[in-house]
Write a protein that binds this ligand. Structure first.
Ligand code: TAP
Length: 500
């Protein structure tokens, strides 16, 4: 067995129980089998290890009806502190099932066990606890009114924040459970119910999570999971008349189509889309530390991060030293099966995705960039690819403009602050950006001038549950995380009380 082969004997009993089964949908608290199923493929081997169900129109209708009944029934009747208590219990249960859930997510996605445990389980538990607290803190306003055409009497005004209704959530495969929890936790905290469609490749962790929610006392129908393809199940959710809000994370092209459909039906929507985030190293950046940060800003999660630092701009005075160091880090990363303890980098999601990423590397070289690390793929049935660095990147190159969503870094030198700001902002995306410098005045200027929803200083991709995370430009509309994401799941009601 080579170090690229996933050793399934490493799996615990609970995760092993997933192998070879067909997994149903989760509707109204029940496991629902469907007529059609599809294969779940281990990206590290290209082999089928289980099957998932393909929902049809009937099942989507049933899941929305279950969510609607729960919204008007038991969930609505619960006091806010009860919603809080149950979300807290769910966080504890999730942590108690860390091994099972992280192993299952690693099988589906090829992501490292350390990553699925750290992000999909531990970070999700943290997010659930943060969001649980908001259930008891949603407030309205109280005021005296002066309606001019009601000259006599006492008028008082109140605002209430009510749950928006049934939320339809659609999420990608790159952090499957983590992003699902970014949708589920604020929705439930605000009193909404939800129907969620995971990406077809990664349905199992969120199906398991939905069962844990029942154990935590979250009533049947509050969380429903329908699996299947985006073009079928996803579209049905977007167009369903009883869905009040669409919360989507995925590519900009799909997000654009969803926005058009949702707007036509006056649904609320929140879209977290693609990115092409710049990492900027100013002349005073520490070469070793910032090169290390820049390398892992793109190679972390195999480059499959929406805010991956996929463009690197280095001040010319330190450019060669930094690129040499980043290339050395890339060359030293050992590819390894993701279930292996201590693995540094596993496969990307599929061989088809690897081909797409490789095409971008070829395009970059053909358009004049210089390959300084990677670019070759190992001979193996798994979707492994070497971390790749291309220097001499120019703004017009396709791999500088497009989101690649793989371990490919496009690097360039710059001379002045104005020049690098204009390079960094020369993108249709605006998700994240980072600057490495200790010059306080420069930090203030650059934070203000960078066109991105998140700007990090001396670190890249630091997401806290208390801070809103969202994209500018074609990177999205609305926010996940923070108070903003809870308020987005509410709608305001104004009430006037009149006494003579
Ligand atoms: P997409 O291809 O956009 O798919 C995302 C989800 O949408 C999948 O469940 C997909 O199902 C579904 N979908 C596809 N077409 C649909 C339609 N017409 N109507 C409704 N749903 C539809 O993205 P992906 O390749 O899975 O994920 C990678 C993308 O997600 C990248 O662009 C990345 O930047 C973005 N992302 C953004 C963020 C944030 S927070 N901004 C975080 C993570 C990822 P199918 O797979 O069956 O098509």
């Amino acid at each position: 067995m080579s170090h690229l082969d996933n050793d399934l004997s490493l799996l615990g009993d609970a995760a092993r129980g997933y192998l070879g089964r067909t997994h149903g949908l989760h509707i109204g608290g029940e496991d629902v089998a469907t007529r059609h199923s599809y294969a779940l493929i281990d990206p590290a081997s290209g082999q089928e290890f289980a099957r998932a169900s393909e929902a049809g129109e009937d099942e989507v209708d049933r899941s929305v009806a279950a969510a609607r009944n729960a919204l008007e029934g038991e969930w609505k009747a619960l006091r806010p502190h009860e919603r809080e208590r149950r979300l807290l219990k769910l966080a504890d249960l999730l942590e108690a099932h860390e091994r099972e859930i992280s192993e299952v997510e690693t099988l589906c996605s090829g992501r490292l066990l350390a990553n699925t445990a750290g992000v999909d389980v531990q970070y999700s538990a943290h997010a659930l606890r943060y969001m649980a607290g908001w259930a008891t803190k949603l407030e309205g306003q109280t005021m005296r009114l002066s309606v001019p055409y009601v000259p006599e009497g006492d008028l008082r005004g109140f605002t209430f924040r009510e749950p928006v209704g049934v939320v339809g959530a659609i999420v990608p495969w790159n952090v499957a459970l983590g992003i699902a929890v970014w949708k589920i936790a604020p929705a439930l905290s605000a009193g909404c119910t939800i129907v969620l469609k995971p990406a077809p490749q990664t349905p199992l962790s969120v199906l398991r999570f939905a069962r844990l929610a029942l154990e935590a006392g979250i009533p049947e129908g509050v969380i429903n999971i329908v699996t299947g393809s985006g073009s079928a199940v996803g579209e049905m959710l977007v167009n369903h008349r009883d869905i009040a809000m669409i919360s989507f994370t995925g590519s900009t092209s799909v997000g654009r189509a969803i926005a058009v459909q949702a707007a036509g039906q006056f649904k609320k929507y929140s879209l977290e889309l693609g990115g092409k985030s710049p990492v900027i190293l100013m002349e005073d950046a520490d070469i070793d530390a910032s090169a290390h940060a820049a390398a892992w800003a793109i190679f972390g999660n195999h480059g499959q991060n929406c805010c991956a630092g996929s463009r690197l701009y280095v001040h010319r005075s330190i450019h060669d030293a930094v690129i040499e160091r980043v290339a050395q880090i890339a060359n030293e990363i050992e590819l390894s099966a993701p279930l292996r303890p201590g693995a540094a980098m596993g496969p990307v999601i599929s061989r088809a995705h690897r081909e797409r990423v490789s095409d971008y590397i070829e395009a970059g070289v053909a358009q004049g960039a210089k390959l300084v690390a990677g670019g070759r793929n190992p001979e193996h049935d798994g979707a492994y690819m070497r971390p790749t660095v291309l220097a001499g990147a120019e703004s017009e190159m396709t791999p500088v403009q497009d989101e690649i969503f793989g371990p490919v870094l496009m690097a360039a030198a710059f001379d002045t602050e104005d020049e690098v700001l204009s390079l960094a902002n020369d993108s249709r995306f605006g998700l994240g950006a980072s600057v490495f410098t200790n010059d306080a005045e420069r930090i203030h200027r650059m934070v203000e001038r960078l066109e991105a929803g998140s700007v990090w200083i001396n670190i890249h991709n630091a997401l806290d549950v208390a801070l809103p995370f969202g994209g500018w430009k074609e990177s999205g509309v609305g926010n996940d995380l923070g108070e903003a994401s809870v308020l987005a799941h509410t709608r305001l009601k104004a009430s006037v009380h009149y006494h003579r």
